[in-house]
Design a protein around this ligand. Structure first.
Ligand SMILES: [Zn+2]
Length: 275
């Protein structure tokens, strides 16, 4: 509004009555944001995500401002798959998705968290349970769920925790578990992430809040591919690649992250060759 002098009618405004109570709540809709310094091309995003997400039916994408978009799916299966099935990126930039909320105007929507599966490796069996999952999950980010049996026990090589992490904070590479705050030395447990989108190997962030990396460059790289876990347990070996498909004409899936066809450019780490 700024310094505008309002007319009487403008100052009085519009009183919302029945229109509010009859609002339509669309099924299978989501809002999202592409965390990129470049302007979103909605058609390119629609084509890339449709392919990368493996949608069975058409989905309609519409831009709603500042790299933000709304997407309407045609089936509940597609909707659930996209919202719970993984993490997504477009042109090496993380795509953040949330449930549709029609009450908030697009410019006020906050996109700062990403849900993903974290694995804590080589924990003692006494810690492979729901209680430790909640504790460690809330330390990594925000605990959502943990993979356990009906007794609350986890069985396997690692504790698999669904967490929401802040995209502008470094990924946790491990956790020191200390039995009490007085204990000087704890025990370090590695953490890996399934299907984590492209992140900066210098500062460990998925998104640079200031647009570029401000981390000091260390001699030894502090974050890297080793933080990626394979997306599924007991995964079968992939089928052989047909030699008739050229390397530039298919979408590759590597190290558990959906890679989208497009320029081989890394916005986060411009000096590094993207994989
Ligand atoms: Zn960085």
């Amino acid at each position: 509004m700024g310094d505008l002098l309002l007319t009487d009618k403008e100052a009085t405004g519009l009183v919302i009555k029945d229109a509010w109570t009859t609002r339509i709540q669309p099924r299978w809709a989501a809002v999202g944001m592409v965390c990129s310094p470049h302007k979103l091309v909605i058609g390119a995003l629609e084509r890339a995500l449709h392919r990368a997400c493996g949608l069975h039916h058409a989905a309609t994408f519409r831009e709603i401002g500042e790299n933000r978009f709304v997407v309407k799916f045609s089936s509940e299966g597609d909707y659930r798959h996209v919202m719970k099935g993984g993490t997504w990126q477009f042109d090496f930039n993380v795509v953040l998705l949330k449930k549709f909320d029609g009450a908030i105007r697009p410019s006020d929507m906050v996109f700062d968290e990403l849900e993903l599966w974290a694995r804590v490796l080589d924990l003692p069996m006494d810690m492979m349970n729901r209680a430790y999952g909640e504790l460690i999950g809330d330390w990594i980010g925000k605990f959502i769920s943990v993979e356990t049996d009906e007794d609350g026990m986890a069985w396997g090589k690692d504790l698999r925790i669904r967490v929401a992490v802040k995209v502008d904070q470094p990924l946790m590479r491990g956790v020191f578990l200390r039995m009490s705050s007085d204990e000087a030395d704890g025990t370090w447990f590695d953490i890996k992430y399934e299907k984590v989108p492209h992140f900066c190997f210098d500062c460990g962030r998925l998104v640079h809040a200031q647009g570029d990396c401000r981390a000091e460059k260390e001699e030894v790289q502090q974050w890297g591919e080793w933080l990626r876990a394979s997306p599924r347990r007991n995964q079968r070996p992939p089928p052989p690649v047909r030699p008739s498909v050229s390397s530039s004409s298919y979408t590759s899936r590597s190290a558990g992250t959906e890679m989208f066809r497009g320029r081989r450019r890394c916005v986060m780490c411009p000096k590094k060759e993207s994989v």
